[in-house]
Write a protein of this length. Structure first.
Length: 135
């Protein structure tokens, strides 16, 4: 009995497929989900989400949001999510440099803007780590 996984961001549906298992980064640590998992609602942390289907494993970078498990359906509502194959390493490096420069130059920055920049730095780091892992 397979799981159905849906990953949605405010911009788009990033992933939708039938899978064997998924490991989700949460604020409490990684949570592995298999068919028949108990109902669960958990907060997602910046990190690597691993999807297993047959002998293949697909990696995604996720940032913030929530995951809900009900029956054999896993719904991930993430602030940001991207599959490993779609990560543009050069663009991520540039975004990381800009965010770090803004943080370094920040003096009287709005707390929400500061938190947003810190989130960009963390998400960029997750993407780069994911992309560079297989080298």
């Amino acid at each position: 009995m397979p799981l159905t996984l849906e990953i949605v961001t405010p911009e788009a549906r990033v992933y939708s497929d039938t899978i064997d298992s998924v490991v989700i980064p949460t604020v409490e640590g990684e949570v592995g989900i298999l068919p028949g998992h108990i109902p669960l609602l958990t907060q997602i942390e910046h990190g690597e989400l691993r999807v297993s289907k047959g002998t293949a494993t697909e990696l995604l970078a996720v940032s913030g949001g929530f995951a809900e498990v009900g029956g054999d359906v896993v719904r991930v509502l993430a602030e940001q999510a991207i599959t490993e194959s779609k990560i543009d390493e050069k663009a991520v490096e540039e975004a990381l440099k800009r965010a770090e420069a803004e943080l370094a130059a920040a003096r009287n920055i709005d707390p929400q803007q500061y938190e947003h920049l810190q989130g960009l730095v963390r998400y960029s780091g997750v993407q780069l780590a994911l992309k560079r892992r297989k080298r």
